[in-house]
Ligand binder design. Structure first.
Ligand code: SF4
Length: 491
């Protein structure tokens, strides 16, 4: 589809807005009119001190225009122009598509943080009113945001100025899922790198622990993610965890999570290695309990494997298990999602994270010809509605929430947990509460100044082959951590 931009520079926001309604369309943004059958036009004109904003949607014989005007007595700042233009276009797209996206025109990735900052300035009631009236967020999502904010506050209070968390990246998977934009397609090739990768990762961990010690930092949580960390063998997991235990002071550590991810990578030996390595929380991620959908998305495991991996983890004493689900998967239906949700609730995990499918360009789903029709952007919203209701009925509370770009329907990912089983790491990373020292390929260290909102980032190389071949260069980059902390003046 063609998106025409006339007289303004809000193309990024307008494109994002169009994508909410047409997640599978390729959007061509242009300043030149052309003859495509589907055109969205947005324009801005100034006259006599007033600013007029126009929008027009024209598709297959359906055509409608709308406009708004900002007088010279009103706020004419660029963000306000952009917001009001988004409101005009949003109204037309709602009318054409016949559904109202739940987050309105809000496209930022941290709505909870926005609510907290706004509430600190204007009070909670006003912040919630702004969500509903300025950004057209639905009352349910506004309330979800409020509840999440309240629940995460408990964890935020536990963080101190010297706190940090540790992230360890294991960017390997046994096969590649169709919706993945993360792992490279040549899985077999990268798997051969694991031994060398692991030995360098252990060196990076030891070096990072030295830095943390020198800076008198206090470790609050450890998160091993990926990829699928349990792609490593039991012996390799033992080596990794022994390194963490040997190098870091875990006295104050509240959480040690390992994403066990794909159920087809879980074995009694690996779970025992996690248990004896001090892991307190694992994540077993079915994504769906529908085998046909699993097959369609290229996840090479079955529902039966999920159920037996979960039972195995319980039998080995894991009392804090998270399960990840995804709404909006190709081939999934509302009844099928309901049955997945109910099946997960029967397992009674301590936490459930409900993701919305994100359509990354590099994933094979994005190019899938049998993808859902345009109006199916509404289906994930109905799935989330069901998930939120059932989780709340079963005593789970939302405690972290975030969004990514290109999420179907502009929806959200929400972490739900039973009281006391919230993952502090998830809150800290999302809120940017304190520094995250990150190790491994693709990991990014975020250094947060405890006395301000300032954040500095240090990136590791993205792919395992770069991580291995340019390791020394990366390690010297890591030494910047001390220099940056020196500038923070808090030590
Ligand atoms: S398990 Fe996750 S990281 Fe691995 S291929 Fe699938 S989506 Fe990608």
């Amino acid at each position: 589809m063609i998106l025409l931009i006339d007289g303004h520079s809000f193309h990024y926001e307008m494109e994002n807005l169009c994508r909410i309604f047409f997640p599978y369309q390729k959007i061509h943004v242009t300043k030149e009119p052309c003859g495509d059958p589907f055109t969205v036009y947005t324009g801005l004109r100034r006259k006599d001190g007033a600013i007029t904003l126009f929008a027009r949607v024209k598709f297959n014989g359906w055509e409608k225009s709308a406009e708004d005007s900002i007088s010279e007595n009103e706020d004419q700042s660029e963000p306000e122009q952009e917001r009001r233009m988004a409101v005009v276009l949003f109204g037309l797209l709602v009318e054409y598509c016949g559904f109202t996206p739940k987050w309105g025109i809000m496209t930022g990735i941290r709505p909870v943080k926005l609510m907290r900052l706004t509430a600190a300035e204007t009070g909670l009631e006003q912040a919630m009113t702004d969500f509903r009236e300025k950004f057209l967020v639905s009352p349910e999502k506004t309330e979800l945001c409020r509840r999440t904010m309240r629940n995460e506050e408990k964890l935020l209070k536990l963080s101190h100025s010297e706190s940090f968390s540790l992230y360890i990246s294991i960017p390997f998977c046994p096969t590649r899922c169709a919706y993945c934009s993360f792992v490279s397609s040549s899985v077999e090739k990268t798997m051969k790198m694991i031994p060398e990768y692991l030995s360098l990762l252990c060196r990076e961990l030891a070096h990072t622990a030295e830095i943390a010690k020198d800076l008198h930092l206090r470790l609050e949580s450890v998160y091993v993610g990926g990829g699928t960390p349990t792609t490593l063998s039991a012996e390799q997991l033992e080596t990794l965890l022994a390194t963490v235990n040997r190098c870091f002071d875990l006295t104050f550590c509240r959480e040690f999570t390992v994403e066990a991810g794909r159920p087809d990578t879980i074995s009694p030996e690996k779970l025992n290695a996690l248990k004896s390595g001090g892991v307190t929380r694992i994540s077993i991620n079915p994504q769906t309990l529908n085998d046909a959908v699993l097959n369609r998305i290229g996840r090479r495991h079955t529902t039966a494997q999920t159920l037996s991996a979960f039972a195995l983890a319980r039998s080995l004493g894991f009392g804090n298990i998270n399960m990840d689900l995804i709404v909006g998967l190709p081939g999934d239906t509302l009844p099928s999602f309901r049955s997945t949700m109910d099946g997960v609730l029967r397992l009674d995990p301590e936490s459930v994270t409900v993701h919305t499918l994100a359509l990354k360009r590099s994933s094979s789903i994005f190019q899938d010809e049998s993808r859902p029709a345009e109006n199916e952007a509404e289906l994930p919203a109905q799935m989330l509605e069901y998930a939120d209701r059932r989780l709340a009925e079963h005593g789970y509370e939302p405690y972290y929430l975030y969004r990514q770009s290109r999420m179907v329907g502009n929806l959200e990912n929400t972490g739900w947990a039973k009281p006391g089983f919230e993952s502090p790491y998830n809150v800290y990373i999302m809120d940017e509460t304190h520094s995250i020292l990150a190790c491994g390929a693709g990991a990014s260290t975020k250094l947060r100044d405890p006395n301000s909102e300032r954040i500095e980032r240090i990136f590791n190389f993205k792919y395992p082959y770069e991580y291995i071949s340019r390791f020394e260069e990366m390690m010297s980059r890591k030494d910047q951590v001390k220099a940056v902390y020196g500038q923070f003046h808090h030590i």
